[in-house]
Design a protein around this ligand. Structure first.
Ligand SMILES: Nc1ncnc2c1ncn2[C@@H]1O[C@H](COP(=O)(O)OP(=O)(O)OP(=O)(O)O)[C@@H](O)[C@H]1O
Length: 247
């Protein structure tokens, strides 16, 4: 079997120190294959964001194994972790975190600029291509703060794809949007998954959206209590499904 994009073994996270220490994640085992489109659900406080932060290399586990795209992370120093994060992981948050005074194109080019150190024509070409992919070809030069909430989230998705990540982590990506925009943004994530083969792990409180994922992983009190293929979505859209298929 091919290398998974994500492999967790006995992953634990503790907060506090000495006598006040408490454990939030109690040994998470998880394998996410390439091209999977998975939802992470669970009640408030169950540890979803903590888990996403560990997978996103924004925080370090207290114990256990975390392998991203074939890289064992335990032995990496902070510089190597930052590099791995920048090159292999894309992030989409509930709040888009765009730079308001920059254009859509400049926002999308930002990860490339950070990686390469100075601007070049190719990165703006890439930004334009990605904006076309998310349906904003005509908004390239528009300031981010002049776009609607749904459009801003599309720009954030294009930005997350700038470095061609193997895995996109999305934390309530539609949580800030009205139902219609949420549906459109979710359909876009799905389209990216099908067309580019990018793996997705999506935290959502919205059961409607979770049921549009191929797999639903449920976390309760820091433990995975269920992890199941979602036959409905999987039947409609297998991981290797047709790129032309639409929601
Ligand atoms: N930096 C931190 N320091 C101490 N405790 C923390 C920290 N981050 C999270 N926690 C605790 O860990 C537990 C899990 O929080 P987490 O934010 O991961 O849950 P969640 O499932 O994402 O919740 P929500 O759905 O409300 O966002 C909570 O009890 C929280 O108080």
């Amino acid at each position: 079997m091919a290398d998974p994009v994500l492999h967790l073994e006995g992953l634990r996270k503790r907060y506090g120190s000495a006598d006040t220490e408490y454990e939030v994640l109690h040994g998470i085992d998880l394998r996410l294959e390439r091209g999977e489109f998975a939802a992470l659900i669970g009640p408030s406080g169950s540890g979803k964001s903590t888990l996403l932060n560990l997978i996103g290399l924004l925080d370090r586990p207290s114990a256990g194994r975390l392998v991203i795209d074939g890289a064992e992370t335990a032995t990496l120093d902070d510089t190597a972790l930052t590099r791995l994060r920048g090159e292999r992981i894309g992030f989409v948050f509930q709040h888009h975190h765009l730079i308001p005074a920059f254009t859509a194109e400049e926002n999308v080019a930002m990860p490339l600029l950070i990686a390469r150190g100075r601007p070049d024509a190719a990165m703006f070409e890439r930004a334009g291509e990605l904006l076309g992919r998310v349906g904003l070809a005509d908004r390239r030069r528009q300031l981010a703060n002049r776009l609607s909430g749904g459009q801003q989230q599309r720009v954030a998705i294009a930005r997350a794809l700038a470095m061609s990540p193997a895995l996109v982590l999305a934390d309530e990506p539609t949580g800030n949007l009205d139902t219609h925009s949420a549906d459109e943004v979710f359909a876009l994530l799905r389209e990216v998954n099908r067309q580019l083969g990018t793996s997705f792990l999506i935290v959502t409180h919205d059961p409607r959206l979770a049921h549009r994922c191929d797999r639903i992983i449920e976390l309760v009190d820091g433990r995975i209590v269920s992890d199941r293929a979602n036959e409905v979505a999987a039947g409609r859209s297998p991981v290797q499904g047709s790129a032309e298929e639409t929601e």
